[in-house]
Design a protein around this ligand. Structure first.
Ligand SMILES: Nc1ncnc2c1ncn2[C@@H]1O[C@H](COP(=O)(O)OP(=O)(O)OP(=O)(O)O)[C@@H](O)[C@H]1O
Ligand SMILES: [Mg+2]
Length: 285
């Protein structure tokens, strides 16, 4: 069993859980980096937050938060497969008292093992994610942030389907932009039942040539037009940061408060949470 005082957690609980999902079509634009920082910022603002590693083929989050293997009793894999019912043992503590994690399983066998695992997860993940939402609500969490695998993996799409807000992360490159257009058309436009959609360009080089900046602005406008302006919002151009890369060498991924990235991230968190509040308040009226 974990040592987390769940009774206390529930006492402090709010009765609302907001689901934020980070996704991309291509790999590597910064979903994990941004998920960790968004979840960390939500927790710093006093919200009980849980960050879920939904990238089961390449788990990362337990390393970022330096969780030793022996502390991990159950993982998201067990829950998505239906092997374990969503339960409190899956929740891991971090050094931040408001921030909790759900890890993915390390050392999944490759080859057939991984393929059959993925197949099983495809079947169960929608139901399992609903069960998870119920558990997190019961436990008094205010926010859950899902860090998805890139592309059309079923559990990522299912997480997108249950999200209150989706944040689509794009690199400033033609293939990342083309991929984003494709995914917005294939999936996101079809999932627009109630969720909010946001997108952000990350890893933008400094001092872009004027023409390139113009092109990025045109891509931004194209994506908004593609989706419909009232259904998707552009958040920011986030700079590539050598400081963040250098911190990564030491295993640190949380943006230091003085950095431009932190300032921009903090504004993004405010924007997303405010928009979710507005959406839910309108619904309640
Ligand atoms: N704004 C940034 N400045 C500098 N480095 C960044 C920035 N954003 C992300 N990175 C770095 O880029 C790499 C990829 O980022 P990350 O792992 O967050 O992407 P991802 O979208 O989660 O990738 P995957 O699709 O493989 O899960 C990491 O090494 C990360 O430290
Ligand atoms: Mg990732």
């Amino acid at each position: 069993m974990t040592n987390i005082d769940f009774a206390k957690l529930t006492e402090l609980a709010s009765s609302r859980l907001d689901i934020i999902v980070l996704h991309s079509q291509k790999g590597g634009p910064g979903k994990t980096t941004l998920s960790c920082n968004i979840a960390h910022e939500l927790a710093e603002r006093g919200n009980k937050t849980v960050l879920v590693d939904l990238d089961i083929a390449q788990p990362t989050i337990q390393h970022i938060f330096q969780i030793p293997d022996k502390k991990i009793k159950h993982t998201i894999n067990d829950i998505l497969l239906g092997d374990v019912k969503a339960n409190e043992d899956v929740i891991l503590e971090t050094k931040n008292p408001n921030l909790f994690l759900i890890a993915a399983k390390e050392n999944v066998e490759y080859g057939e093992g991984l393929l059959s695992l993925l197949e099983g997860i495809q079947q169960f993940s929608f139901f399992a994610l609903h069960e998870m939402t119920k558990l997190l609500l019961r436990m008094g969490f205010r926010y859950v942030v899902y860090d998805c695998a890139p592309g059309y993996r079923m559990e990522s799409v299912n997480a997108a389907a249950i999200a209150d807000a989706r944040l689509f992360v794009i690199r400033p490159s033609t293939f990342s932009f083309e991929g984003a257009k494709q995914m917005l058309t294939d999936i996101y436009k079809k999932l627009d039942i109630r969720s909010l959609n946001f997108f952000v360009f990350n890893q933008v080089p400094p001092d872009l040539k004027e023409d390139n900046q113009k092109l990025l602005n045109a891509w931004k406008d194209d994506l908004i037009k593609l989706y419909l302006p009232e259904k998707i919002a552009f958040l920011d151009f986030l700079p590539i940061s050598f400081e963040i890369m250098e911190l990564g060498i030491n295993g640190e991924y949380i943006f230091p408060e003085k950095t431009v990235l932190y300032k921009k991230l903090s504004e993004i968190v405010t924007e997303i949470t405010t928009k979710i509040d507005e959406m839910k308040e309108i619904k309640e009226e």
